[in-house]
Design a protein. Structure first.
Lengths: 265, 490
């Protein structure tokens, strides 16, 4: 990564949503992430690209401390969201995850009804005072996820009975329902067909207005279509980060160029 | 020829067949393995299989059928009149068999000559005394018809065994020769061996199924016999269990309800202990425990499953019973009279079932996809929220199946009940009173010298049949639920 001038870094810090400095992640003795510095802008889509095993998913999961569920995983360095260190001992990872939602690679609706899937988060966080308020949260989340028209008449049916694309949008609705500020998406379209993918991408573009979105993807076209900024990871190192247009048209690093032109990866 | 040597010889023939078949196959291809259809060992195995399998099949069938043939021949020799009062043909036949064995053993030990054993008549020589002197077990005075029958029994047995050896050996040799004749370079030995292996595996499965059928049939005949002597209505709906061993069951009251009540009451207490503890242990082990704790705790828990139930029974009798008595007995609350009670047996049986419930539930909880947990944690749920709202509902059908399987074990448990629950058949709600179960009563009906023709003994089979039907039903329901659960994630 090219060294940014100090002045620019300082100005980026004040406006960025997430600020990671010198982040190291270890699985036992293996170092999966090395010296990652990145600023993620609010209300925009940032894409992480890179070959398999480059650490982009691992880094994504450090942003809401999902790696805490893995015994042997250890994180060093500092990650701040809105200027607050999320690895501080005072921070409750459970609260953090309500603020930083996550959508996974494979759609994973709970074996419950569509309504209960979306209401799951608001219920455990006590976000609705009564049933009608909960109904409103569910309806507006499904509307934001672009699923309302398709499911409004069958909210009692199991979420597992829908198509893959619908399931993934349900998972996005489920994440939105707890009103997060950041949504992390780990290859959200890798299990979907092109039409479902197009719908989810459209949705991501709409969600950008209200949320900070970080998306890991294997598809460079997808990164180019949905993101404003792109970060390229290789072998646990953040090689290059910049506006999506710059990365794809004018990469500074040779490795980035080789990857986006398909010479490896 | 003894059975052992017969088996050894057949195996030797098969081994020789293997070597010859292999060599012949190689020779037929001019020593070049590549010209054979199959690997040389397959030709050898083909010969060995054809030598051993039919021979052993004949051996087993012969051993099964021969006793029936001899029995029916010999029993014709015994005149109706010689069967004494209070005796039966079965008892006389047992006497005949004992005498025949006595003669055989005495001859083998050199105490009487073979000629004497064949021809001696009990009215001329005192055969009873001579057999007793030879150290053989003879229960009563051997009469002339019994001696005759025993002598022909002995002769038939030895000729039968002689012919059996001949036939089995001939079958082995013929099979080996057949296999060797087939052995040519283009013979598809590999496919033949594959078919043979399929047959062998199938017969293994068949034995398991047939045994189950055999068990059911043996219960059915005796149960039918029981219901001929004792009215079914009284058995299924009777409220009293008081067998009378003396009067040939005439004054016995054999109602199953007190026993079923005891069985279900004790099982209920056991499950009330085992289900929460086992389930919570499973949740802890699969969701909370670190891999190091799990590596130690899981085998420790499963050691419980390896303890023989009689040891649990001792634990109930010597530790749990007195402990409960000190709290609820006369020195304490005064509602418990003796250490043996429903509570004692139920608690100990519950402990026995903990590993059963926990290890099955643990497997089922682990089968819930990690994606479910991730989804829940990703929404900011805590571990216990995730367990309660996502994992347990997803695993519930499987857990119910595990509980039903545990229930059928509890219903069939015997030793803990015999030692921990007492022997009184009683219809009572007080869990601190002694009660008894179906299984414990089966044991007490059949141990002792009860006559097998009386309802007091035969009732054991009706009890066993009832138990079999109940546990079979539970198992079917459990398997149905478990299978339905599996479909959810496949």
């Amino acid at each position: 990564m090219n060294e940014m001038p100090n002045l620019e870094q300082a100005s980026a810090m004040t406006s960025s949503k997430i600020s990671a400095k010198m982040v190291q992640v270890f699985y036992g003795d293996n170092q999966a992430i090395k010296d990652v510095d990145i600023e993620i802008q609010p209300r925009s889509v940032t894409a992480f690209i890179g070959p398999s095993g480059c650490g982009k998913s691992t880094f994504l999961r450090t942003l809401n401390r999902m790696n805490d569920t893995i015994d042997i995983c250890r994180v060093e360095g500092s990650i701040e969201i809105d200027g607050e260190d999320i690895y501080d001992a005072k921070v409750d990872p459970v609260q953090l995850r309500a603020k930083v939602g996550m959508v996974f690679q494979k759609p994973n609706p709970f074996p419950k009804s569509i309504y209960d899937n979306v209401a799951y988060g608001p219920r455990i966080h006590g976000m609705a005072r009564n049933k009608s308020q909960l109904d409103d949260i569910v309806a507006s989340s499904l509307q934001k996820a672009g699923l309302w028209e398709e499911v409004k008449n069958r909210l009692d049916e199991p979420g597992t009975g829908m198509s893959g694309g619908q399931q993934q949008r349900l998972c996005i609705a489920r994440a939105i329902a707890v009103s997060p500020e950041v949504i992390l998406m780990d290859e959200p379209c890798s299990a979907l067909d092109p039409i479902a993918t197009a719908k989810v991408e459209e949705l991501i573009d709409e969600l950008r207005e209200n949320y900070t979105i970080v998306i890991v993807t294997h598809s460079m076209q997808q990164a180019a279509r949905v993101s404003q900024r792109t970060a390229f990871f290789h072998l646990g190192i953040l090689v290059e980060e910049g506006s999506t247009q710059d990365i794809f048209t004018n990469p500074k690093d040779k490795r980035t160029q080789d990857y986006i032109t398909g010479r490896f990866g | 020829m003894s059975l052992f040597w017969l088996v050894v010889i057949v195996l030797a023939i098969a081994l020789v067949g293997y070597v010859v078949g292999r060599a012949r196959a190689l020779a037929s291809a001019g020593g070049d393995m590549r010209d054979l259809h199959s690997l040389p060992s397959y030709y050898g195995a083909n010969v060995a299989m054809k030598a051993a399998v039919p021979a052993f099949l004949i051996l087993v069938l012969w051993l099964l059928v021969q006793p029936f043939v001899i029995h029916s021949n010999i029993s014709d020799m015994i005149p109706e009149g010689t069967i004494g009062e209070g005796s039966s043909l079965g008892l006389v036949m047992a006497e005949v068999r004992r005498t025949a064995e006595g003669l055989e053993n005495a001859v083998a030990a050199g105490q009487i000559s073979d000629d004497f054993a064949r021809n001696a008549r009990s009215d001329f020589t005192d055969i009873t005394t001579r057999l007793k002197e030879a150290g053989q077990i003879v229960t009563s005075q051997i009469t002339q018809p019994i001696m005759r029958a025993a002598q022909s029994y002995r002769i038939m047995l030895s000729t039968g065994n002689f012919y059996m050896s001949i036939v089995v050996l001939l079958a082995a040799i013929a099979g080996a020769l057949w296999g060797i004749r087939e052995t040519k370079a283009d013979f598809r030995a590999r496919n033949t061996v594959e078919r043979g292996i399929q047959v062998i595996l199938f017969s293994a499965a068949l034995i398991a199924v047939l045994t189950t059928l055999g068990i059911v049939l043996s219960l059915v005949f005796n149960t039918v016999e029981f219901f001929r002597l004792y009215p079914a209505m009284d058995f299924f709906f009777g409220l009293t269990w008081s067998p009378s061993f003396s009067g040939r069951g005439g004054s016995s009251e054999l109602g199953i309800l007190p026993l079923l009540w005891g069985t279900f009451y004790i099982s209920f207490v056991a499950l009330a202990v085992a289900v929460p503890v086992g389930l919570f242990a499973a949740v802890y082990l699969s969701e909370y425990a670190s891999s190091r704790v799990r590596a130690v705790a899981k085998p420790m828990l499963e050691i419980l499953a390896g303890i023989p139930t009689i040891v649990y029974g001792l634990f109930a009798l010597l530790t749990v019973g007195p402990m409960l008595l000190s709290v609820f007995g006369e020195d304490g609350l005064g509602i418990m009279k003796a250490g043996t009670a429903v509570m004692t047996a139920g608690l100990v049986m519950g402990i026995m079932l903990i590993p059963f419930v926990s290890s099955l539930s643990d497997d089922i909880i682990n089968a819930v996809p990690q994606a479910m947990r991730d989804g829940s944690y990703g929404l900011g749920a805590t571990k216990s929220e995730t367990v309660k709202q996502v994992i347990l509902p997803a695993a519930l059908p499987g857990i119910v199946g595990a509980i039903l399987l545990a229930a059928s074990r509890a219903i069939g448990e015997t030793m803990i009940v015999v030692l921990g629950a007492g022997a009184a058949a009683r219809l009572s709600l007080n869990p601190f009173e002694a009660m008894t179960t179906v299984t414990a009563k089966i044991v007490s009906q059949l141990t002792g010298d009860a006559d097998f023709a009386s309802p007091v003994a035969l009732v054991a089979f009706a009890l066993g049949m009832t138990l079999f039907v109940v546990t079979l039903g539970l198992n079917i329901v459990a398997l149905y639920i478990v299978r339905k659960y599996r479909e959810q994630y496949d």
